[in-house]
Design a protein around this ligand. Structure first.
Ligand SMILES: *[C@@H]1O[C@H](CO)[C@@H](O)[C@H](O)[C@H]1NC(C)=O
Ligand SMILES: *[C@@H]1O[C@H](CO)[C@@H](O)[C@H](O)[C@H]1NC(C)=O
Length: 185
């Protein structure tokens, strides 16, 4: 029993240490970050997501910068019942590049950090919840459906450094006709 408690405490400390060193992109610029992105990579090790891993597609999203510094993220997801559009609302924090977001699915607040972006090609985004690794995700966004291989390698290395098992680090194929051609693509 005692050993288990020590193990839990150590696991929590590791998560907190991992969380503490996450820094957003230096001099983050929301205006430059806005616009169209494709989610080309996703690291997500929730057990409930395992059956869907090979069905995942590279979704398209549009970041809208609101005047107050908040963000609307509109995502299109190819699902078995069709192409679904969803709007996620990210709220600004006092730290540029760091947002909070209420997840109705998990019924909790999450932190969203833009860890690294050069605005024109790629962005690495970490979604996390302190004390609960299960809800942590790393996403790689690209301005187009292809990014350089070294960017993909950096995404994978970053996910591994956050403790994701290799088989939870996915680089899905493009979604076909989602959103359907004609609706902005
Ligand atoms: C942001 O999203 C909310 C919720 O969907 C919506 O009511 C609002 O009009 C959106 N704002 C902009 C500027 O798109
Ligand atoms: C952004 O990153 C890509 C891929 O590493 C690189 O080719 C491009 O030159 C970079 N752009 C800027 C403005 O740094």
């Amino acid at each position: 029993m005692r050993i288990t408690m020590v193990g839990v405490a150590m696991a929590i400390m590791c998560v907190m240490a991992a969380h503490a060193d996450v820094k957003p992109q230096k001099d983050f610029n929301l205006q430059k970050f806005a616009g169209k992105w494709y989610r080309l990579g996703l690291a997500y090790d929730s057990p409930s997501f395992v059956p869907y891993r090979d069905k995942l597609k590279a979704s398209m999203g549009i970041i809208t910068a609101l005047p107050n510094g908040n963000v609307n993220l509109t995502m299109w997801d190819a699902t078995p019942i069709g192409c679904l559009m969803k709007v996620y609302q990210y709220e600004r924090t006092s730290v540029p590049g760091q947002f909070t977001y209420f997840s109705p699915r998990h019924n909790m607040m999450k932190d969203v950090t833009v860890v690294d972006t050069n605005y024109t090609d790629y962005a690495l985004v970490l979604k996390h919840k302190v004390f609960n690794r299960e809800y942590t995700q790393v996403a790689l966004y690209g301005r187009s459906l292809r990014v350089r291989n070294d960017v993909i390698q950096r995404f994978k290395a970053f996910a591994v450094s956050r403790g994701f098992p290799r088989d939870s680090i996915l680089t899905p194929p493009p979604a076909e006709n989602c959103p359907s051609s004609g609706s902005g693509r």
